[in-house]
Design a protein around this ligand. Structure first.
Ligand code: SF4
Ligand code: SF4
Length: 391
């Protein structure tokens, strides 16, 4: 179907392609994955949440029919994987109907959940409808600390139950742990816990400092020594648990010297749709305030993906400045993260300051070296409306 889009007048009818069209043509295939943020509602209040500071209210959320149409369009353009996320996707009472539409569209479906609102009956029903995979977030294996981090009572016990149900029902399970200075010492126990629960995959993700995490950076950022310990734990466990547990390890940007290929390259592999229907090249793209984000209510997904202004703003390499422009890694890491470049250097077209070739790298590194060694301030919990509630 993406071929139909490409030959349907949007690309091939242009005789002399401009640079935006050239970059769209360089991406002549569908996004591999769609992150569907069904809602920003969530019973938890994690201080590292990647949702925006301005959370979308329920009255602005896409309807059931609109999400079902998104699934149909995603299937038609050739999206392979759907990540049902939020907020907490299970607070949507129509999750089953949205899932059904996704299964009908031929998408591989992954439910990213905190688990706290799930019942066994509902999980069984989702599995029967064709859910392929569950990704369960955990804050810590220590229940009191998990409660403190998420501001949610009884979360660890509930997640334990949900993890058991997932495996008993026969669904593959990934556990996801965002690590920061308030749970980093628990990492060996978190790895043991993932094995005990029968997870096939463990994502150990150092906090990415956008949105709520950026607001809470001084409370969350670990020291270099703590970060290096996590590298050692993961390397050792990866070797020891070969064939048992697969690791996804997201390193800490402030202690790295090369950036990650953020989203696998802007507008290259992934598309995010927010609860109100904005179609984004990455979930933090709204922080680049001058970008015009199309809404799925106004324009078809395939057209936005190929021709949307926001998708073409940083697609490919033609937008790059030095040092990225002449760097031999420019098609490996794509210059890193545009949102981090903007937040830390004032220009989204600069190299991600994670890169040691960036003139902003020293200042970026110094932030960690200053904040991580100072006493942690209290958390600013992720809340709808009042963003200033400090523990
Ligand atoms: S990070 Fe925490 S607060 Fe944010 S959506 Fe996930 S569970 Fe909810
Ligand atoms: S200069 Fe740019 S492309 Fe090269 S490694 Fe650094 S961020 Fe990546």
């Amino acid at each position: 179907m993406m071929e139909e889009i490409a030959t349907g007048g949007m690309v091939s009818s242009v005789a002399e392609p401009d640079s935006a069209t050239q970059s769209a043509m360089s991406c002549a295939r569908a996004p591999m994955g769609l992150l569907a943020e069904l809602t920003h509602r969530c019973p938890l209040q994690c201080p590292y949440c990647s949702n925006p500071l301005e959370l979308t209210r329920v009255s602005q959320e896409l309807t059931t029919a609109q999400w079902q149409d998104v699934m149909r369009q995603a299937g038609e353009i050739g999206v392979l994987q759907l990540h049902l996320s939020g907020g907490e996707p299970c607070v949507r009472q129509d999750l089953e109907q949205i899932l059904e539409a996704a299964v009908k569209a031929g998408l591989y479906t992954n439910l990213i959940t905190s688990g706290v609102t799930l019942t066994r009956d509902r999980l069984e029903k989702l599995a029967k409808l064709g859910l392929d995979h569950v990704q369960l977030s955990i804050q810590d294996v220590d229940p009191a600390n998990a409660e403190r981090i998420s501001a949610y009572k009884g979360g660890a016990a509930k997640k334990h139950e949900v993890a058991k149900w997932v495996r008993e029902i026969g669904l593959p399970l990934t556990l996801n742990a965002v690590v920061h200075r308030h749970n980093i010492e628990s990492l060996p126990a978190i790895i043991d816990y993932a094995v005990e629960m029968g997870a096939g995959r463990l994502e150990v993700a150092h906090t990415q400092y956008y949105a709520w995490a950026l607001k809470n950076r001084a409370a969350l950022i670990p020291t270099r020594e703590q970060f290096l310990k996590t590298v050692k734990y993961v390397d050792e466990a990866r070797e020891r648990l070969k064939g048992v547990l697969v690791f996804d390890f997201v390193v800490h940007d402030h202690y790295a010297i090369r950036p990650k290929p953020c989203m696998g390259g802007w507008g290259k592999n992934l598309v995010t749709i927010t609860p109100s229907g904005k179609v984004l090249p990455c979930h933090a793209a709204e922080t680049i305030t001058w970008l015009q984000h199309d809404n799925i209510k106004d324009r078809p997904l395939g057209d936005i993906w190929l021709n949307g202004a926001a998708f073409n703003a940083y697609r490919g390499t033609s937008w790059m400045k030095e040092p990225c422009r002449s760097c031999d890694r420019r098609e490996i890491d794509w210059g890193g993260c545009r949102c981090q470049a903007l937040a830390m250097t004032g220009d989204a077209a600069n190299a991600d300051p994670t890169c040691e070739k960036s003139v902003h790298h020293a200042a970026f590194k110094a932030i960690a070296e200053t904040e991580a060694y100072a006493p942690s301030p209290g958390f600013i919990y992720r809340r709808m409306g009042a963003a200033a509630a400090v523990e």
